[in-house]
Design a protein around this ligand. Structure first.
Ligand code: AMP
Length: 222
């Protein structure tokens, strides 16, 4: 069977990370998050990390060449043979064009899932966001609080605010999204009819995932 490339599309704070985790469990294919890969380089303090840390901290996008290269290498790993979930990529028209080339090369068919969320909901969600620095689990004071305030349910590590979730940076990321990424929806509409629009504003993440699942099943039946 043809590998499936699921592209999770939506603004920062639309729930792409959370929905990716559900999809990984359901479909048994890996999540490829360019944000996570870039943060990993920063944590490692390697040359890539040093080169990008200022831009990341400011909420700006890093270069197309770099993220294209990271994705190019990642989707050739054996665990991505049957498909993968792209979370946070592509984000610019150049990335979108390169992605289409990459998918053709590996013979993958793409489905785009657009998580549609109201602007005010995003601001309130992102300001309540916390992450476990050890295992990466995401929490939110409103929609997904930890059992004990301020510590990770899984390993008891104190939770932190990610550098790029600070308010000033959140606003900058939303500006970047509207300017550079939102226009990609038109690109996707033009190149394929496998674009699913899912309301991801008001409900719990499991409810949103239920919608994604049924839309994906409908698509497979077509
Ligand atoms: P994310 O975790 O996906 O919200 O990404 C966090 C930050 O990583 C972004 O604000 C960008 O600085 C950088 N980043 C992640 N993915 C990309 C991408 N596809 N293109 C450019 N920069 C990216």
């Amino acid at each position: 069977m043809k590998p499936i490339a699921i592209i999770l599309f939506g603004s920062p704070g639309s729930g792409k990370g959370t929905q990716s985790k559900y999809l990984v469990e359901w479909l048994r294919i890996p999540q490829i998050s360019t944000g996570d890969m870039l943060r990993e380089h920063i944590r490692a303090g390697d040359p890539i990390g040093l080169a990008i840390q200022e831009r990341m901290r400011a909420g700006s996008l890093v270069s197309d060449d770099l993220v294209n290269q990271l994705v190019f290498e990642r989707i050739r790993q054996p665990d991505a043979r049957n498909g993968f979930i792209l979370d946070g990529y592509p984000r610019t028209p150049t990335q979108a064009e390169e992605m289409m080339r990459l998918l053709t090369n590996v013979g993958a068919g793409e489905v785009v899932i657009h998580l549609v969320v109201d602007y005010n909901v995003i601001i309130s969600r992102m300001s309540g966001r916390r992450v476990c620095p050890k295992c990466g689990t995401l929490y939110n004071s409103v929609s997904r609080p930890p059992k004990v305030e301020g510590v990770c349910d899984l390993d008891g590590t104190p939770l932190v605010i990610r550098d790029d979730d600070r308010e000033q940076v959140v606003r900058e990321r939303l500006v970047q999204y509207e300017r550079q990424t939102q226009p990609l929806l038109e690109f996707f509409r033009a190149v394929n009819d496998r674009l699913i629009e899912v309301d991801a504003s008001g409900d719990r993440p499991e409810v949103v995932f239920g919608r994604i699942k049924s839309e994906l099943k409908n698509l497979v039946r077509k």
